[in-house]
Design a protein around this ligand. Structure first.
Ligand code: ADP
Ligand code: TZP
Length: 261
């Protein structure tokens, strides 16, 4: 079965421990694409939720001390049950708190994919980075950044931007789809993290193909969304993007532009 069809039929359950800004947008985007999101605020339900789930998303965008405990318990349960984890270090480098919690969680749990924008991921690699809050102003090539993060952690690394890059033990894949309006709505990268967890969850473990399809499908839907609009602008783009995630099918992936897979 093709991957998009499989997502829509199997609807993998993804536990999303994500930030307060994007919860609603993430849930709507996941549902539209065919996945089944569940958000949680209670660590006591970690084992039950991760038993039923196909994957876990951890996004530190509005983490506080209590949420870090929740993330810790969810990651522990996911590792125990062999469920893949996607980790999104939103705003890494913007504060010592974000750096400390990321380093701690990544040192104590096994993660299948780390994903973030250029600024976050360059900082995570240990280099000087330009980040303004949660937004990247980084000009460094995303492929170079992905490679640097992979070299540091030996965990597959996805770096987003105009060009997206995935680094794994097999080298670098670059992906060229997407629309500039994705950079003008909040939660664009966060939703991609959740979708990626759904695509990896379908396969039960990380595969580069699943991540490349997740990124390409999302970005091609964004291109289609913008093409529907007579005056492309952020407000209506959000609705069109959700609609395209719902309406599009596997054949859309024939239009993807990918190098290195
Ligand atoms: N200028 C752009 N052109 C095409 N796609 C983009 C552009 N900026 C961001 N994207 C896409 O938007 C999504 C989010 O990327 P990004 O803006 O880097 O993340 P974040 O929202 O975490 O800062 C990715 O799918 C990426 O490919
Ligand atoms: C604005 C903001 N502040 C904390 S988390 C967040 C959302 C960031 O979402 P994204 O990185 O996907 O644009």
């Amino acid at each position: 079965m093709k991957r998009i069809e499989k997502l829509k039929i199997q609807s993998p359950l993804v536990v999303c421990i994500t930030n307060d800004v994007v919860k609603n947008f993430t849930a709507n985007g996941m549902l539209a694409a065919g996945a089944s999101p569940i958000m949680s605020g209670e660590k006591a339900e970690a084992h039950d939720l991760m038993h039923a789930a196909s994957a876990l998303l951890i996004n530190i965008g509005t983490a506080d001390r209590a949420k870090v405990e929740l993330m810790d318990r969810m990651m522990e349960a996911a590792n125990e049950k062999g469920k893949p984890i996607v980790f999104d270090p939103v705003g890494y480098g913007a504060s010592d708190f974000r750096v400390d919690i990321t380093e701690d969680l990544l040192s104590r749990h096994q993660v299948s994919l780390i994903k973030g924008n250029g600024g976050e991921m360059l900082a995570l690699s240990g280099a000087e980075s330009s980040l303004k809050g949660v937004d990247s102003t980084e000009q460094t090539d995303t492929a170079e950044i992905a490679d640097a993060v992979y070299s540091r952690f030996k965990i597959p690394a996805l770096v987003t931007g105009k060009v997206d890059a995935l680094a794994t033990e097999n080298g670098i894949v670059t992906m060229f789809n997407g629309h500039s309006l994705q950079g003008k709505i909040t939660g664009s990268g966060c939703l991609l993290g959740a979708l990626t967890a759904g695509f990896i969850g379908l396969e039960k473990e990380f595969t580069a193909e699943a991540v490349v399809d997740a990124v390409s499908y999302y970005n091609l839907c964004a291109e289609c969304a913008a093409a529907q609009m007579s005056r492309p602008a952020p407000g209506t783009f959000i609705s069109h993007l959700i609609d395209e995630l719902y309406l599009s099918e596997d054949r859309l992936l024939q239009d993807r532009t990918v190098k290195g897979l």
